[in-house]
Design a protein around this ligand. Structure first.
Ligand SMILES: [Ca+2]
Length: 244
């Protein structure tokens, strides 16, 4: 994640499961802001303060099921002193997949609905048949339908673990403007714990198709020596975080 996508800004804190980050930018004066991987998602938090304050900075972000909390400070013009500020706004919405397709790949345990939440209940897959070694033998395609055709920010959240080493995960999002997938992240998964990826998808306008669809593809492939075949792969969560 680019922690500093906004010009002349500094990113102080990042919400791992929400995909939002906070800091400040010099926009006239120093102004607290929140964004999600790109400058287009910038929310000017200073704009929510009264004119009694002339500068502000944000230092921390956290969310629960209902709200996002941003902690920071602002300078009161009349005294020149800084005062602690807590901004409270809506939490990013979690969007579960409307369809999950596994091809190739074979379900071993669990159901596609098990990827709707990070709850340590997994959808476990094994490799399917592929014709060439270049192909990924597990490919999961998830389709999501947003409540609206526009979004301030979309993040893909994928939480998964491999059951042995050398299993590489590639996460892509479908760009409807070019009719191609673009890669969001690629890395070898841990086996001792879940790897949680929260990845900005954007600009949102290019990644929202007909029916407000967002499409994410996650592929798994062995990239080194394998101790056991078939290898297994468990997905705990594959959802979107939407900032409307
Ligand atoms: Ca789960």
């Amino acid at each position: 994640v680019d922690l500093n996508p906004v010009g002349a800004s500094s990113s102080i804190a990042y919400d791992t499961h929400g995909g939002q980050q906070v800091g400040s930018a010099i926009l006239g004066g120093q102004r607290a802001g929140m964004w999600s991987g790109s400058a287009s998602s910038w929310t000017d938090l200073h704009a929510f303060l009264s004119s009694e304050f002339d500068t502000s900075e944000a230092y921390g972000i956290w969310h629960d099921g209902a709200s996002t909390y941003v902690a920071g400070k602002a300078r009161r013009v009349s005294t020149g002193g800084h005062e602690a500020i807590l901004w409270v706004g809506p939490a990013p919405q979690t969007i579960a997949a409307t369809s999950i397709t596994v091809a190739p790949g074979i379900a071993i345990n669990g159901t596609p609905a098990n990827v709707n939440a990070s709850d340590d209940v997994y959808y476990t897959l094994r490799p399917g048949v592929v014709l060439t070694t270049n192909q990924s033998p597990i490919v999961v395609t998830a389709s999501y339908n947003l409540p609206a055709a526009t979004a301030r920010a979309i993040n893909a959240v994928v939480e998964a673990r491999a059951h042995q080493g050398n299993i590489r995960q590639t996460i892509e999002a479908y760009d409807f403007s070019t009719s191609t997938y673009s890669q969001l992240n690629q890395q070898v998964l841990r086996t001792s714990s879940d790897t949680v990826m929260t990845l900005p998808v954007g600009p949102p306008v290019d990644y929202i198709g007909a029916g407000n669809e967002v499409r994410i593809r996650v592929a798994y492939k062995a990239v080194g020596a394998l101790l056991i075949y078939p290898w297994l792969l468990s997905i705990d969560e594959a959802t979107l975080r939407l900032v409307p």
